[in-house]
Design a binder for this molecule. Structure first.
Ligand code: NAX
Length: 325
């Protein structure tokens, strides 16, 4: 058995947190040979509920779960931690503008970036789930100057998985047959789900579906899936979001399949002409706990326009929180 590693989850008493912690403790994220210590961070008013989550974790008697630490203090929550999943965030409330959401959350993520810089393991791997995820990541990373910016990522894997499921359903295949899906840009309605390079059973999906279906049906379905789930369930996606967070970390740490790639929002290195430093979703392959952007993909004029639009939204968001960078 390997020595245990620490995984910090913020917002652990929330909806996604509740769908996440048990699966990590069961070994589904880092492997069934990797013991874990869960460090669950919440706000003071959620500590009682968090205590209930901890009781249930205890009652599962997971062999891989070596310890559970509960705290509302970031200095304890991030102490020596190896992995952080930043899920806790302020939700958008009625009448709130996107700008207000961004500035409210900016405060949370700048404080957490500072705490990570001060207390976490130097090679910490960070996934931001809390929205606006890409810009929150930028803020956290900017406030953690001693940690490699490449170790701060945001989640677009839920969009990626949603896109794969739509393609599988449309072509009457299994999701396992779908490879090389790409989500470009922001985790927002400007994201660009791109099927130009996607394969189904090894063959181009562009030979199986029409461009008009892709533009008029597929793209808006993926972009608006979150809203459709809220309409149907009366609550936002939780199990699928937790599943995507597990997939993201699993791919990053344990690697992607040969010949395939996944989508991760990471600091742009200028690839595909995207502004360096923006947290932008790219197709990536992962190996040895790090990722590389898939290079050399042909980009059509249509794709170029969509990639620019979502880049512009991220530039605008960055402008709004410039004082925190
Ligand atoms: P909930 O409101 O159920 O849970 C959030 C939890 O975070 C609460 O328990 C709250 O007390 C805690 N929290 C708030 N501020 C905190 C802080 N400063 N430190 C620690 N904990 C804090 O929301 P939930 O449904 O779990 O969603 C969490 C976040 O994920 C939201 O921002 C949501 O928008 C975002 N999502 C992101 C997705 C993505 O693909 N990137 C998809 C799913 C989800 O919508």
């Amino acid at each position: 058995m390997k020595p245990p590693v620490s995984v910090t989850i913020t917002g652990a008493a929330g909806n996604i947190g509740y769908a996440l912690v048990f699966r990590i403790a069961a070994g589904q994220m880092l492997g069934e040979d990797q013991p874990v210590i869960l460090r669950l961070l919440e706000v003071p008013q959620a500590m009682t509920a968090l205590g209930g989550v901890a009781m249930e974790l205890e009652d599962c008697a997971f062999p891989l779960l070596h310890d559970v630490v509960l705290s509302d203090d970031p200095a304890i929550g991030f102490r020596d931690t190896n992995y952080a999943m930043l899920v806790g965030a302020k939700p958008r409330t009625k009448g709130m503008e996107r700008k207000d959401l961004i500035t409210e959350n900016a405060r949370i993520f700048s404080a957490q970036g500072k705490a990570i810089n001060e207390h976490a393991a130097r090679d910490i791997h960070v996934l931001v789930v809390g929205n606006p995820a890409n810009t929150n990541t930028l803020i956290a990373s900017a406030n953690a100057p001693d940690i490699n910016p490449a170790n701060f990522t945001a989640m677009t894997r839920l969009d990626h998985n949603r896109a794969m499921a739509q393609i599988a359903a449309k072509t009457n295949h299994l999701v396992a047959d779908v490879t090389r899906m790409t989500i470009w840009g922001n985790h927002s309605s400007t994201q660009y789900p791109d099927i130009s390079h996607c394969l189904v059973d090894g063959k181009p999906v562009t030979d199986m579906v029409s461009m008009s279906w892709a533009i008029d049906h597929f793209t808006p379905t993926v972009q608006r899936r979150g809203a459709a789930i809220i309409d149907a369930r009366g609550a936002s996606s939780a199990a699928s979001a937790a599943d995507a967070a597990i997939d993201h970390m699993h791919s990053w740490i344990l690697g992607t399949d040969e010949g395939d790639w996944v989508s991760m929002a990471i600091p742009s290195d200028g690839s595909y002409g995207i502004e360096p430093g923006l947290i932008y979703s790219f197709p990536v392959t992962c190996k040895d706990r790090s990722y590389e952007i898939v290079q050399g993909l042909e980009i059509s004029d249509y794709s170029q326009e969509k990639m620019r639009k979502t880049e512009q939204e991220l530039l605008d968001e960055r402008e709004m929180i410039a004082d925190l960078l």
